[in-house]
Every structure is written in structure tokens, then in C-alpha cells.
Design a protein around this ligand. Structure first.
Ligand code: HEC
Ligand code: HEC
Length: 191
């Protein structure tokens, strides 16, 4: 190798490594979040899909089985401690199921998950804030504040923001991408 090709090799390596390093220094996405090297590790999916059959059965009988990664640990603990009055319904479980489902929720909660939406939901909350509804989190509100009420509460096919699966066609799989939204009676969502 002569001196020029050595020099070229050094420059090439330096350029590529700075390119790799750039995002961790300057990166930021549409939500104004910085993305460091952790960004590369983030999963493509928005939240981890439900993979616990008991959870799906017990917590998916009255409504969509919300993924554990949609609320932080503190919220799940508070909710699971008051199932006898769960938004006006009795959703009590026997002690054994109550414990195993609490474990499942906590292990996969928003603050323990590295899935994209989970980390954002968790980091949007102030310390001490313990929302019992996903739809009460700052991140959720910010994402849904442009949707007129006639598409939601006054829409007979939706009725409430709790019905994620009414609008998010792939909610079941843990995917909440805005390109997959189809509001009943309204159609595709164009931002
Ligand atoms: C007996 C019926 C019933 C069962 C069983 C039930 N829920 Fe609910 N849940 C409700 C009702 C009713 C609401 C309020 C829905 C609304 O306001 O539209 C609700 C709301 C919720 C919400 C808030 C959704 C939002 O708006 O962000 C979460 C989270 C939730 N339930 C989790 C659970 C979990 C976890 C379990 C299992 C331990 C469970 N639910 C079992 C009836 C039930
Ligand atoms: C009435 C229909 C409707 C319901 C119900 C609804 N969403 Fe959405 N959601 C939307 C629309 C529309 C957008 C895109 C908003 C925008 O970007 O302007 C969105 C965006 C999102 C995003 C951000 C997606 C992105 O690509 O930026 C997430 C995450 C999300 N919703 C989660 C949920 C969850 C979880 C629930 C249930 C607790 C829910 N949504 C209930 C309509 C709905």
C-alpha cells in the first residue's frame, strides 16, 4: 500500500464511523425525541403484542386486550389493586390469576419495554402521575388531539377512545401506525 491508499483508507473509515455516530449526537424524530444508539435497538413494532392466553381471556372479555406496554408499572399496580370497582364494573379475579396477571403486566409495562410507543408513553408522564387510562396519558392525548369528537364519542361504531381496535386496524398485533388507521364511517385517516 502506498501512502495515498493508506490515507484514503483512513479517510473512508473516519467518514463511515462519523456517519454511524451522527444520529446519536444530533438525531431527533417527529415527536421531538432524541434518538441515540438505543434507536437502532428499538423494535419495528409499536408495542409488544399480547402473548399471555390467560390475560387475553380475562382482560379481553369486556374490551380489547390492551397491551401491557401501553401503561407504566404504577398504573397496572393501581388498577389491579381495585378490580372490584373497575371503571364501574366488577372485574375481580381469584388470587392466583390476579397475581400472575399483575406479574405479566408489570414485566411488560411501558417503563420496562423498549418498544417504540411504550418508551414514549412512559417518558410523557410526569413523576407521580398514575393514569388509569391509556387515553389519559400525555402521549396519547397529543397523538389524538386533531380527531373531531364526532368521529369518536358521537360515532356509534366507536363510542370511546378505549376502543383502539375500532380505528387501528392492526391493534391486535401491537401495531398502531397512523397509516393503518381507518375510522368507522369515516375511512382512512389522512394527516
Ligand atoms: C367486566 C368487564 C371488564 C373486565 C373483565 C375488564 N375490564 Fe377493563 N374496562 C372495563 C370498562 C367498562 C372500562 C371503561 C371503558 C370505557 O370507558 O369505554 C374498562 C377500561 C379499561 C382500561 C382503560 C382503557 C382506556 O381508556 O385507556 C384498561 C387499561 C383496562 N380496562 C384494563 C383491564 C385489565 C388489565 C383487565 C383484566 C385484569 C380488565 N380491564 C378487565 C370493563 C372490564
Ligand atoms: C376514533 C379512532 C381512534 C381510536 C378509538 C384510537 N385511535 Fe389511536 N389514532 C387515531 C388516529 C386518527 C391517529 C393518527 C393521528 C395523527 O397522526 O394525526 C392515531 C394515532 C395513534 C398513535 C400514534 C401512531 C403514529 O403513527 O404516530 C398511537 C400509538 C395510537 N393512536 C394508539 C391508540 C391506542 C392505544 C388506542 C386505544 C386506547 C387508540 N389509539 C384509539 C385514531 C384512533
Amino acid at each position: 500500500m502506498n501512502i495515498y491508499s493508506k490515507l484514503l483508507a483512513v479517510v473512508t473509515v473516519a467518514t463511515f464511523s462519523s456517519l454511524l455516530f451522527l444520529p446519536s449526537v444530533y438525531g431527533s424524530d417527529d415527536d421531538g425525541h432524541k434518538w441515540g444508539l438505543g434507536w437502532f435497538k428499538q423494535s419495528k413494532l409499536d408495542v409488544a403484542p399480547v402473548n399471555n392466553p390467560v390475560y387475553r381471556e380475562e382482560c379481553g372479555s369486556c374490551h380489547f386486550a390492551f397491551q401491557p406496554g401501553l401503561l407504566p408499572e404504577k398504573s397496572w399496580r393501581k388498577m389491579m389493586a381495585g378490580l372490584e370497582d373497575h371503571f364501574g364494573d366488577n372485574a375481580e379475579l381469584d388470587a392466583e390469576k390476579q397475581k400472575s396477571l399483575l406479574d405479566y403486566l408489570v414485566t411488560n409495562s411501558a417503563d420496562k419495554s423498549d418498544y417504540k410507543r411504550s418508551t414514549r408513553i412512559a417518558s410523557s408522564l410526569k413523576p407521580g402521575e398514575v393514569p388509569l387510562r391509556i387515553s389519559d396519558t400525555v402521549y396519547f392525548k397529543r397523538k389524538h388531539d386533531e380527531i373531531p369528537m364526532r368521529f369518536v364519542t358521537d360515532n356509534k361504531d366507536v363510542g370511546s377512545y378505549s376502543k383502539c381496535e375500532a380505528c387501528h386496524t392492526r391493534a391486535e398485533t401491537g401495531s398502531y401506525n397512523e397509516d393503518e388507521v381507518k375510522i368507522p364511517g369515516v375511512g382512512r385517516w389522512e394527516d
